[in-house]
Design a protein around this ligand. Structure first.
Ligand SMILES: O=C(O)CCC(=O)C(=O)O
Ligand SMILES: [Fe+2]
Length: 204
């Protein structure tokens, strides 16, 4: 059987974003960095359409104080050792693995239907992450503004997460900073984010 050899440099070259990152935070683990155009916008649009239609989106409810409230967005999650992971998520994980050289094994999806959908400021749950490994957020669909706040100084930075962009947050930054996507009264279209993570065995 003939084997078609593809040089490894070419694989990495095709996964590389068009421009270098913008650094929002420096820390010993790479801080917080943003790459616009990590995937071409046409591909981001295709992924958005496929995922919107094929993912089994969940509307969750959770206790808040003495009430049960709706989580203000739709969610889904996959681990890459499972069968039947939608193709755009597999293409995405191959790209973030190649770009960051990190063994991402899980993805959490968020679907913000309109400006009423949001995620409250938070640091990602460290017990569900392998220490030292970053979180990689790929944005699809309409841009939404993220707020990143230094917990000590309360200083905030705002960044518009463009379709096809990649935001990488270090594990360490989850302790020092909060991130969130606030609600907005501006007319905004729907957005899907893909949060690639390195999960310990069994956690989801
Ligand atoms: O939608 C985003 O870009 C952020 C999502 C997020 O922070 C999370 O899923 O933990
Ligand atoms: Fe998060």
């Amino acid at each position: 059987m003939p084997r078609i050899a593809q040089p490894i440099e070419d694989l990495f070259a095709s996964a590389a974003p068009a421009t270098g990152p913008c650094t929002l935070l420096d820390d010993a683990q790479g801080g917080i960095r943003y790459w616009p155009g990590f995937v071409p916008v046409e591909l981001a649009t295709q992924w958005f359409q496929t995922l919107r239609e094929t993912v089994a989106w969940e509307a969750q409810r959770r206790p808040m104080y003495d009430r049960i409230v709706d989580v203000p967005r739709l969610v889904a999650s996959y681990r890459f050792e499972e069968a039947d992971v939608p193709a755009p998520l597999v293409d995405g994980v191959e790209r973030v693995r190649a770009h960051l050289r990190e063994p991402f094994n899980a993805v959490g999806l968020n679907f913000y239907r309109d400006g009423n959908d949001s995620v409250a400021p938070h640091g990602d749950k460290l017990h569900m992450l392998v220490a030292g490994r970053p979180i990689a957020l790929v944005s699809l669909g309409a841009p939404r503004r993220m707020t990143i706040r230094d917990k000590a100084s309360r200083k905030a930075q705002h960044i518009d997460l463009e379709p096809g962009s990649l935001l990488v947050m270090s594990h360490a930054s989850q302790l020092t900073h909060e991130h969130g996507v606030p609600k907005t009264r501006e007319p905004v279209g729907p957005r899907i984010s893909l949060a690639y993570r390195v999960r310990p065995p069994k956690a989801r």
